[in-house]
Ligand binder design. Structure first.
Ligand code: SF4
Ligand code: SF4
Length: 315
């Protein structure tokens, strides 16, 4: 098997996936043998249609940049990626044909929607596909889906696309479903962007167990969102001792810099970004609550006085 220029065996690939799952503390739910079983030819890949609303595409980039898991496997072995706005070749009427086929199929094509971004209710002419609004498509596609994964904070809670001052009149998938009486199970994977490990875990868990992982009251996997950033923080001892950073770069708890770790649920201090290279607090920056229900609010951002001059690159 060849992934780009690197020759690796299927077993090695599976071991890497298991390594990623172990890294996020999920191995007690899914063993390496489970994964190998999930890889058996008898397991049918999940039909996935990945839809973008008002999004920056950051969550897709996050998934496609995943390092511990061969993304080619995610796209070709574990999922049958029916359509993805960024990587599919289909355009124009080919896309609307796919959507129509899903809408008018009986249950013979069970599919999962991964939705990224928000649904622009107040600005319906954005995100139109084939002269039909995203709201219109989702009213038909979402009820027929076996499940929906809300990728990132915008799809989960509104996020940046629903922040004060925006004019899109955005709805998160969760709010959209609630307002339209749609009962399709929705898994929220908030984070700005979504962590690819959260997606891979949810996907493989579903493939193996034929059901969604244990979810909290919003629909977030408890495995990743049961504890606050604060509970897991490397600065927790400083918080207890009353050692507080006054400026970016200082040692100590960042609460006086506006840290939102106490009110934000995510496993960031266990699983950072870019193959766990780093994450905000480890880099010395307060948590701005990007995975939270209220992100973003003005008070979440720098309440320190950054007076550095921005030096233009060219005079
Ligand atoms: S830096 Fe933030 S998350 Fe960490 S201990 Fe302080 S308040 Fe809590
Ligand atoms: S530490 Fe806070 S702001 Fe940083 S990624 Fe985690 S939830 Fe988002």
């Amino acid at each position: 098997m060849q992934y780009f220029s690197q020759e690796i065996t299927r077993r090695t690939a599976m071991q890497r996936i298991f390594g990623a799952i172990t890294a996020v503390g999920a191995s007690s739910f899914l063993t390496f043998e489970d994964l190998l079983a999930a890889d058996a030819a008898t397991i049918k890949p999940l039909n996935v249609v990945w839809i973008h609303g008002t999004s920056c595409t950051g969550c897709s980039c996050s998934l496609l940049d995943v390092e511990t898991v061969p993304v080619v496997d995610i796209l070709t072995k574990f999922t049958n990626m029916i359509f993805h706005h960024d990587i599919s070749l289909a355009t124009g009427s080919q896309v609307t044909d796919i959507y129509e086929k899903l809408i008018h199929s009986d249950s013979s094509i069970p599919y999962v929607i991964v939705f990224e971004g928000g649904i622009p209710i107040g600005m319906p002419h954005t995100c139109m596909v084939g002269h039909r609004t995203m709201e219109d498509w989702m009213k038909q596609l979402l009820p027929k889906a076996a499940a929906c994964i809300a990728a990132g904070t915008c799809a989960s809670f509104g996020g940046v696309t629903e922040m004060l001052g925006t004019e899109t009149g955005n709805a998160s998938v969760l709010r959209f479903a609630h307002q339209n009486g749609i009962t399709t199970p929705i898994v929220l994977l908030p984070g700005c962007p979504m962590k690819p490990e959260h997606f891979v875990y949810t996907l493989l868990y579903h493939l193996h167990h034929k059901k969604l992982p244990d979810l909290d009251r919003y629909g977030r996997p408890r495995r990743f969102f049961s504890r606050t950033v604060h509970e897991l923080c490397i600065n927790y001892a400083d918080f207890q001792e009353g050692h507080f950073a006054q400026h970016i770069g200082d040692q100590g708890c960042l609460i006086k810099m506006g840290c939102q770790g106490m009110v934000t649920r995510s496993d960031c201090l266990i699983t950072g970004y870019n193959n766990n290279t780093n994450v905000c607090i480890r880099a010395g920056h307060p948590c701005v609550g990007c995975a939270g229900e209220n992100f973003p609010r003005r008070f979440m951002f720098h309440n320190y006085d950054d007076t550095r001059d921005i030096i233009p690159r060219r005079p």
